[in-house]
Write a protein that binds this ligand. Structure first.
Ligand code: GDP
Length: 391
């Protein structure tokens, strides 16, 4: 699947850079265009792979390249004001060659948190291609303002995109590790999952041949209908060398028979591990509206029977009637990996918590506003013509 990726804010830019590195390393060619947008000049300069001409510094008149801190309202305002500059960079993208847009952003900060939903709305107005979001939730120990930003940004972002794929830093942080080192590992995990998922729909013509290759329309159909998505992953190393003498003496049929059963069992257990292990956004998989299962690895370790069993198992576990599955043959890989995309998930504790925070903040805002109006009214009624500062 070919994507135009736009990284908004620092996290967005760094994850986009990682996707480009992944593409380079694996030759998967998912990122057809890469644009990074930020209010902080230093963050844009720190990127390694996003082409210089595709790094867009917005808000120069307001914040002079110094960023917006954690003020996501300012981030949103600047994105609105300077959308023409972002569009200027997007104009250079051969949009007819891409299957979808992917807007990537951390939701806890200021620039991406405020700007990514504004950009998604803009893209949806202009283009017919689907617009997906990859939103990163802050870890709990970052503090209240980050959680509040994420709560508000999440609500807007999920409304503006065709599907919001979520990664929760909180579920992935490791204790005792520096933030930067931690993010490098986390970003690697993010890109590995999304790389296999999107790479699956991108087998070049005349390239690898699998039994039932996933194509981009299956990814798009799984993501259609909106809502929130999460991804699971599991992998196992496999011996790719030719069979030893011993198994040849035993007779090929026999050995192949054992191999086929092993292959099927390996696949079904990898599907379970992926769906029941740590998801990018932890949740109950039961109730997911749609799912897609991708098995990647050397073709001789992939078979239709295993994928079909894995698919059936996912149907039972999710209760969904819309579970797709297929393979992504990668001959030179040493691993068989399973990626499970669960779309339209509803039972997500972290999202419920964020929604609650957003509601409370909303109530508080009203309270503060009501209080201010009452004070104002009181002052006017008192016949004071000079208004005193409220605080
Ligand atoms: P912005 O530049 O104002 O949009 O803010 P940042 O992107 O710097 O930070 C927003 C949030 O993203 C933070 O609260 C962190 O939770 C998260 N974050 C920052 N950098 C990274 C990163 O490299 N990887 C991941 N996974 N999350 C990050």
């Amino acid at each position: 699947m070919k994507l135009a990726m736009i990284g908004f804010g620092q996290a967005g830019g760094k994850i986009l850079d990682k996707f480009l590195e992944y593409d380079e390393r694996t030759g998967s060619n998912i990122v057809r265009a890469a644009v990074a947008v930020n209010t902080a000049k230093a963050d844009l300069m720190g990127l390694k792979r996003v082409p210089k001409e595709n790094r867009v510094l917005i808000g120069q008149a307001r914040v002079k390249g110094h960023g917006v801190g954690a003020d996501n309202e300012l981030g949103a305002e600047i994105a609105e004001e300077d959308m023409d500059e972002v569009q200027g960079a997007i104009d250079s993208i051969p949009v007819h060659e891409v299957d979808a847009f992917l807007v990537i952003s951390g939701l806890g900060g200021g620039t991406g948190s405020g700007g990514a939903p504004v950009l998604a709305k803009h893209l949806k107005r202009i283009y017919t291609e689907p617009v997906y979001g990859l939103g990163v939730l802050p870890s709990q120990d970052e503090g209240g303002i980050y959680t509040l930003n994420a709560a508000r940004s999440f609500q807007t972002f999920v409304r503006e995109v065709d599907n919001l794929m979520v990664f929760d830093n909180d579920a992935w942080r490791k204790t005792g590790e520096s933030m930067e080192g931690g993010y490098a590992d986390i970003n690697e995990e993010i890109v590995r999952r999304f790389g296999i998922l999107f790479g699956a729909g991108e087998i070049s013509p005349g390239g690898e041949v699998g039994e039932s290759v996933v194509d981009s329309s299956e990814i798009i159909n799984t993501l259609s209908g909106g809502g929130v998505s999460t991804i699971g992953y599991a992998a196992e190393e496999v011996q790719t060398e030719k069979k030893g003498l011993l198994s040849r003496f035993k007779g090929d049929d026999d050995a192949d028979g054992i191999d086929a059963a092993n292959t099927t069992n390996r696949i079904t257990s990898l599907v379970r591990k992926a769906a029941l292990g740590r998801l990018t956004l932890p949740c109950e998989i039961e109730g997911a509206e749609r799912a897609l299962l991708v098995l990647s690895g050397p073709p001789k370790f992939l078979n239709r029977k295993g994928i079909e069993r894995g698919r059936k198992w996912l149907e039972e576990q999710t209760g969904s009637m819309e579970v797709r599955g297929g393979d992504y043959p990668v001959s030179d890989s040493k691993y068989v990996a399973s990626v499970v995309l669960l779309s339209g998930v509803t039972n997500v504790p972290r999202i419920k918590e964020l929604q609650q925070i957003a509601i409370e903040a909303q109530e508080n805002i009203e309270e503060i506003q009501n209080q201010s109006e009452a004070n104002l009214q009181g002052l006017v009624e008192d016949g004071d013509d000079e208004l005193e500062p409220l605080f």
